[in-house]
Structures are given as structure tokens and as C-alpha cells.
Design a protein. Structure first.
Length: 119
């Protein structure tokens, strides 16, 4: 009969037969995740969805993504949204005066509203 300690070691061991440990993200995996982020700027994407691409847990994916890119997934998504907003600014016919900026409709960059992105 196996002891409780032995059973726990088998259940939580990362070297158990059949269990594979996830390594660092490959450049191809990063590319795929970045494509997902860019295609879902407006709708948003959860870390669970991003982690599913390489088959990682959300926590492990977040650590691997940061190690590979220097950014957390959330920070990278915010940067992509800001870049998209910067690209759209020149296409606006004219900017209203500063006090009326919160009345601008939300641009298709994933920010919930213009007031959310200015606070």
C-alpha cells in the first residue's frame, strides 16, 4: 500500500511519466499570439484564450510571454491598442477642443470609450 506522501509526490511531480513540462515560447508561438492580439484589439482577448494557443496554463503563459517579450500580455495588448489609436488620429477630420474630448465616439481600438482611455 502506498503512503499518502508517495501519492502526493506522484500527483504533483513534474517528472512523472506522461507529463510534459512546457518550455519557453518559440518565436512561432509568439507570432501566433501576437496575431491573435492584433486581430482582437476591439473585441478583447483573455489570457486564457492566449494561453490556449501554445497549450500553457494562463500563469505559465504569462511568465513565458514576459520572458520572451519583456512585456506582460496585458501590457502588450495596451501598447497595440495605443499604436492603433495613433494610426487613426491623422484620419480624423479635426479634433474638437479639449473640454469636449470625452464626447468623442470610441474609436475602433478596443478602448471601451474615449473617457476610459483619457483617465
Amino acid at each position: 500500500m502506498l503512503s499518502v506522501a508517495t501519492l502526493l509526490l506522484e500527483d504533483f511531480s513534474t517528472t512523472r511519466k506522461g507529463r510534459q513540462t512546457a518550455g519557453p515560447l518559440t518565436s512561432r508561438q509568439i507570432e501566433l499570439v501576437m496575431d491573435i492580439m492584433e486581430s482582437r484589439l476591439v473585441d478583447g482577448v483573455s489570457i486564457v484564450e492566449l494561453a490556449a494557443e501554445p497549450g500553457y496554463s494562463p500563469d505559465h503563459f504569462g511568465r513565458c510571454f514576459r520572458a520572451a517579450t519583456g512585456d506582460t500580455p496585458h501590457r502588450r495588448l495596451m501598447r497595440l491598442r495605443l499604436e492603433a489609436a495613433r494610426r487613426l488620429l491623422p484620419s480624423l477630420p479635426s479634433l474638437p477642443s479639449l473640454p469636449s474630448l470625452p464626447s468623442l465616439p470610441s474609436l475602433p481600438t478596443g478602448w471601451p470609450s474615449s473617457t476610459w482611455s483619457t483617465t
